[in-house]
Design a protein around this ligand. Structure first.
Ligand SMILES: Cc1ncc(COP(=O)(O)O)c(C=O)c1O
Length: 365
């Protein structure tokens, strides 16, 4: 028996159900090898420099970490030419998304996002009891005009992933600038650049806008993708110092653990690891794109480390059949796109094995 009543806002939220882990899939299906091409992690793994820094730091884990992640913020600031008070570090960028929601949203407000896009924005809006307005993508890209039209007097946040997850599409400089110019400056625009490092030389980061004085933009980045530190949980936000100071009010004292801080600080300056990761991704992207096109699939041009592909087949079926062969992908039906799959680009031999497995499946269905 119980007599408690939870907050109404939580009625709309289902607990996050993570994809199956490699060991779980191996045990369930009796497979020796399982390749996870579902969560956009770096197939090269973490930088060796990060591992060294973490192992040297292990002996100090009895001490509370620096609650402001000061050394890491300094390293981020030096790399991107921003001040330490323009940076917030979080337990993954997921935490920062939640902190922003806690800092700005309530039952009377709304958050606007594209659909499909990263589900944490939907979650964070719902958590605060805010309305989440979803503007459908057009041709797999954000409908920026539609988003502007969706703005109401109650809009507090617009969340844009650039590149977008799950589609990999990039907003180019011209469209971004024209969009930002038309957003009223009482609305926070989150530019989530979790995959920004993969987006190529022409990528225009929102950090440029912050440096130019735009006070309502917050750029999010993460160490979970190209830096290969997803398990450590560390991400960061860059914005005008007043905006950062407001969000810091919602932050817990010791939100980022010491090993994460130390590992991320080493990784951000390991240019060799970043270059190798980029090169591997570019080669894999070209290979996989060509293979998909040869099979009559439609590949969305991607600025990220994954491909969003219309197979015109049932994505749930493809997911299950690929799983039996040891390849875990993200089926499009979870994003409301039944014939699409999202595939993380892996090492050459894994990409090849994946295509071979796909061919066997296509023959059978
Ligand atoms: C667009 C986007 N933003 C943020 C995240 C979360 O990153 P983190 O691991 O830093 O919480 C992800 C993870 O998949 C993502 O795809």
């Amino acid at each position: 028996m119980y007599n408690w009543k939870g907050r109404d806002a939580l009625k709309n939220i289902k607990p996050y159900s993570p994809g199956k882990g490699i060991d779980e899939v191996k045990a369930e299906l009796g497979l020796e090898e399982v390749y996870k091409m579902a969560s956009n992690e770096n197939p090269l793994g973490p930088a060796k420099t990060a591992l060294e820094a973490i192992s040297n730091a292990l002996q100090d884990v009895h001490i509370y970490p620096d609650g402001s992640s000061g050394k890491l913020k300094k390293a981020i600031g030096e790399k991107y030419g921003v001040y330490v008070d323009e940076i917030i570090v979080g337990n993954g960028s997921d935490e920062i998304i939640k902190l922003i929601a806690e800092s700005f949203l309530n039952e009377d407000s709304n958050l606007i996002m594209g659909d499909p896009s990263f589900s944490e924005y939907d979650y964070a809006g719902n958590l605060m009891g805010a309305e989440v307005i979803k503007v459908p993508l057009i041709d797999q890209a954000f409908d920026l005009e539609g988003i502007l039209e969706a703005i109401t007097i109650n809009t507090k946040i617009i969340a844009l992933c650039n590149p977008n997850n799950p589609t990999g599409t990039v907003i180019d400089k011209e469209n971004l600038l024209s969009f930002i110019d038309r957003v009223p400056n009482n609305i926070i625009v989150i530019l989530d650049e979790a995959y920004g490092e993969y987006a190529g030389v022409d990528f225009y980061s929102g950090i440029n806008l912050i440096k130019a004085g735009k006070g309502n933009i917050l750029v999010l980045r993460t160490f979970s993708k190209i830096f290969g530190l997803a398990a450590l949980r560390v991400g960061y936000g860059v914005a005008n110092k007043n905006l950062i100071e407001w969000i810091l009010r919602a932050k817990e004292p010791f939100n980022v653990n010491y090993l994460a801080q130390v590992g991320a600080e080493a990784a951000i300056n390991d240019n060799k690891h970043i270059e190798d990761s980029l090169e591997l991704n570019e080669r894999g992207k070209t290979y996989l794109s060509e293979q998909f096109v040869k099979r009559g699939f439609i590949v969305t041009p991607s600025g990220a480390n994954f491909l969003w592909v219309d197979t015109r087949l049932d994505s749930q079926l493809l997911f299950q059949e690929l799983l039996k062969k040891g390849y875990v992908i993200r089926p499009g039906y979870v994003f409301g796109a039944d014939t699409f799959i999202r595939v993380t680009i892996d090492k050459a031999e894994v990409n090849l094995g994946f295509i071979m497995a796909l061919d066997e499946i296509i023959k059978e269905i």
